[in-house]
Design a protein around this ligand. Structure first.
Ligand code: PGA
Length: 246
């Protein structure tokens, strides 16, 4: 039985002073039994990892390079994330795909490198509004899943996040049945490719998740977590979502 996975993605928000939110989060958790991952900007990974040591919160990066070291100005390697105390990394977020032109094959290479460093990879997939209007959602998801997840992935180190591009930061979400359909489809595709062991891969929904919509989203049978952007920045908002998972 998987426990619910709640991932917070701070994106390019937060300075040291925002770590006070982590203290509030720790105070408010009260022994709740979900798995919590916080992905701050790279500058805060080490401080956040130190702050949550011994708590149920784990820390992750928001991206990494596909090399472990070398001349890659401005990048961070998977080993640097583990060195700073991170255990997870988000890969292929649509903002990386659009801001930095990341293709599925780049995401795949990053995933290989991150796994080799011992990180758990949160691989993001999701259709644009145009894809959905053209009824291409499932084929886009199928292609992204196939090309972004490496063949020899360690399934125990994989999380897949379904994040419709048009739902991120917009306040819009797919209907519950659309969310359910995509997650059921992703589960089927993963099982077809990797066998029954893929039943245990957590599938998380992301895109305008808040305390009001989280209970219904998390109640869907193949949804085992949520990836939360804006509502993860303040402990008060994030705790409300965490309590939906308890
Ligand atoms: P949002 O972002 O919750 O602010 O929509 C989600 C994400 O991009 O991971």
């Amino acid at each position: 039985m998987r426990s619910t996975l709640i991932i917070g993605n701070w994106k390019m928000n937060g300075k040291s002073r925002n770590l006070a939110e982590v203290d509030k989060l720790l105070d408010g958790l009260n022994g709740q039994s979900c798995d919590l991952v916080l992905c701050p900007p790279a500058t805060l990974i080490a401080q956040m990892a130190a702050a949550v040591k011994g708590s149920p919160i784990q820390v992750g990066g928001q991206d990494c390079h596909w090399n472990s070291m070398g001349p890659h100005t401005g990048d961070i390697s998977p080993e640097m994330i583990t060195d700073a105390g991170g255990e997870y990394v988000i890969l292929g977020h649509s903002e990386r795909r659009s801001d930095h032109g990341e293709s599925d094959s780049i995401v795949n290479a990053k995933c290989v490198a991150a796994l080799a460093a011992g990180l758990t990879c949160i691989v993001c997939v999701g259709e644009t509004k145009a894809d959905r209007s053209a009824e291409n959602t499932l084929s886009v998801i199928e292609n992204q899943l196939h090309a972004s997840i490496p063949e020899n992935v360690h399934l125990s180190k994989l999380v897949v996040a379904y994040e419709p591009v048009w739902a991120i930061g917009t306040g819009l979400t797919p209907t519950i049945s659309e969310i359910s359909d995509v997650h059921t489809f992703m589960r089927r595709k993963l099982i077809e490719r990797f066998g029954d062991e893929a039943c245990s891969v957590p599938l998380a929904y992301g895109g305008s998740v808040n305390a009001d919509n989280a209970p219904e989203i998390l109640a869907q049978s193949n949804v085992s977590g949520v990836l939360v952007g804006g509502a993860s920045l303040r402990a008060e908002d994030f705790l409300k979502i965490v309590s939906c998972a308890a």
